[in-house]
Ligand binder design. Structure first.
Ligand code: M6R
Length: 616
């Protein structure tokens, strides 16, 4: 994870770097730092433990001048969060400063070898090894910074996005990437340049951007066009793309937290996601991805879904949709397991990669593996232009806008919406869904945003319910069928932001072990919105009641039976079974949110987490 920003140009770098770090804070917030440079002055480095705001306090009254700079916000991998482990890291002589996002896997051997050559290390990070190595190469071969960076990176095993500045070459930034993202922004007439982990810190200044590919090194020199080479020192023609961003969606507005705003954004997000794809007047779904890659998708013999976390939960719902309506067998794999599992996959296989950020290292590596084996990759991604979007053979954006809260909410419902559209569209082409069912689901999908609006009206009721769970130590979430993944997702939301241990189970699995955990201190969230499985779920709820568990039930509007059994009840409008996840997820998001707020926790930036997991 970690976010990096850099600037070289005519303005003061510091305000640009700080604003950029704030946009990237979702990538990690253990510490932050900045290095500033201007001709004739020393390289100045300021860093502080904690958030970017702490760094801002630290630098008050200090010399912040300089038209060149690099900055970093950290999610700790090697070495605890502390000032000394914060980036930028300096080389032995203090000549170089470097920021890094990723992991250097062979840092230990390199550090030993550099120690033998007289280098000393201040931090316990893997990153410091790289800046020392670059300085060592510079000295040994009397070479310039771009060559020293290239030679050093050829000795590195691992993932990196880096930016380096050199006191002795003050009109230059050298940056590079492998398996961690890096974007270069180009200002008018090459008068200024920006680098960042994503486009958000750059888009205020320029829309001309270059997304570096793996193994590419860019040299930025004042007033000159950028130069890109690869690790073999071959020149690469940079592909300049036009990137626009809507920053309106990156504001909290009147909401106290991004997470709450993003929960409330969901009706609009789903409308955006379906716009131009769900043609209600024609009662049809049109997906350009399917038109362009008809054969690969419609004739698929087997589908493998790869993803992590919340996106994996969406994948589990996708499996049920694809199998029901397309009659194609689907496996859902954790990307982190898939990549090391020697999977039986090859030509003719369709792999669907789901990712909000489009940068998750495990998902990206799983895609590369599946690609090497000849599979066709379909991406379901939110972040436009991200690495996964670019690595996929084809794909569909979920179009829910930037998600800032670390706990994923609107991306989940967006992913489920796209998986629903995709399943219906493929099923129709294959003739595996009967026309009446197709029409029914298409018609009902159009009603989902309004039904979510209705669920959101329960916010105060859910807030009220949340009050009694501030001190809970454990939670169980139960669901069946389409709502089993929703139970997993509800439990994940609670764990992430309220630090309460929670587990999701298929409701009927309870009696095979977990029921032993039930007593009067165990809150159990039961999702009973699936009409077909309702009577079965009622029996499961009875089993919990008999053991005095505290039942919070999510039920269809007008329910009578469960009202009589459960301690707390949250109603959601009725809908078709396959669409229930889009409604039953919302109260679980709100419940987790309100419990965390009551516990006075940092809802948007929970401890130990980062929004974009770019390390494995
Ligand atoms: O960006 P991705 O969808 O690939 O991220 C996958 C997970 O890291 C992510 O869903 C994570 O589990 C969230 N924090 C869940 O709220």
């Amino acid at each position: 994870m970690c976010g990096i920003v850099g600037y070289l140009g005519k303005r003061e770098a510091f305000p640009i770097l700080i604003a950029g770090l704030k946009r990237l804070e979702y990538r990690g917030y253990d510490s932050a730092g900045v290095a500033l440079l201007s001709s004739g002055k020393d390289l100045r480095v300021y860093k502080e433990k904690g958030k970017v705001a702490n760094l801002e306090q630290l630098v008050a009254g200090r010399d912040l001048s300089g038209t060149i700079g690099i900055a970093h916000t950290r999610w700790a991998t090697h070495g605890e969060p502390s000032e000394v482990n914060a980036h930028p890291h300096l080389s032995q002589s203090g000549r170089l400063a470097l920021v890094h996002n990723g992991i250097i896997e062979n840092y230990s051997a390199l550090r030993e070898s550099l120690r033998e050559k007289g280098f000393t290390f201040r931090s316990s990070t893997d990153t410091e090894v790289l800046v020392q190595l670059i300085e060592y190469i510079q000295q040994k071969y009397s070479t310039d910074l771009p060559s020293a960076v290239r030679i050093s990176l050829n000795k590195i095993v691992g993932a990196y996005a880096i930016a380096v500045i050199d006191r002795e070459e003050p009109d230059m930034i050298v940056a590079a990437r492998k398996s961690s993202p890096l974007v270069v922004g180009i200002g008018e007439d090459n008068k200024e340049f920006f680098i960042a982990s994503d486009a958000s810190p750059i888009a205020d200044y320029t829309s001309q951007m270059v997304y570096l590919d793996d193994g590419e090194i860019v040299t930025i020199r004042r007033g000159k066009p950028i130069q890109v080479i690869n690790l073999n020192n071959e020149t690469i023609d940079p592909k300049i793309e036009q990137v626009e961003m809507d920053f309106g969606k990156m504001q909290k507005g009147d909401f106290p937290h991004f997470m709450l705003k993003e929960i409330f954004d969901q009706p609009d997000c789903i409308e955006d996601c379906m716009r131009g794809r769900l043609l209600t007047s024609k009662k049809r779904i049109v997906l350009s991805a399917l038109q362009l890659h008809h054969k690969e998708l419609v004739e698929a013999k087997r589908i493998t879904i790869i993803s992590c976390g919340t996106s994996w939960h969406a994948g589990l719902i996708g499996k049920q949709l694809l199998e029901s309506y397309c009659r194609i067998p689907v496996n859902v794999e954790y990307a982190s397991e898939f990549r090391y599992s020697n999977p039986v996959i090859g030509k003719g296989d369709v792999v669907i990669a789901i990712s909000q950020s489009g940068e998750t290292a495990d998902t990206l590596a799983a895609i590369q593996l599946a690609k090497e084996k000849g599979a066709y990759i379909f991406g379901i991604v939110n972040a436009v232009g991200s690495s996964i979007a670019r690595a996929a053979s084809m794909g569909t954006y979920i179009h829910v806008g930037p998600e800032i809260g670390v706990a994923s909410t609107k991306a989940f419902t967006g992913q489920v919406t796209v998986l629903t559209l995709l399943s219906l569209a493929i099923g129709r082409e294959r003739g595996t869904i009967d026309p009446e069912t197709y029409q029914q689901i298409v018609t009902e999908l159009a009603n989902i945003p309004d039904k979510i609006r209705k669920v959101l009206k329960s916010n105060e009721h859910i807030e009220e319910i949340s009050k009694m769970f501030t001190y809970a130590k454990n939670f169980i979430y139960l669901g069946r069928g389409y709502n089993y993944p929703v139970a997993l997702e509800g439990a994940l939301k609670l764990k992430e932001i309220s630090y309460i241990h929670a587990e999701g189970y298929p409701a009927a699995e309870m009696k095979h072990g977990p029921i032993a955990l039930i007593d009067a201190d165990m809150p159990v969230v039961c999702i009973a919105t699936d009409k077909t499985l309702y009577p079965k779920t009622v029996s499961n709820i009875q089993e919990i009641k008999a053991r005095h568990g505290h039942i919070i039930a999510i039920v269809p509007e007008g329910d009578v039976t469960i009202h009589k059994i459960a301690d707390d009840v949250i109603e959601v409008p009725e809908t078709l079974t396959c669409l229930t996840p889009l409604l039953s997820t919302i109260p679980l998001q709100l419940l987790a949110y309100h419990i965390a707020v009551r516990k006075d926790l940092n809802v948007d930036q929970p401890r130990n987490l980062a929004k974009s997991v770019t390390v494995e």
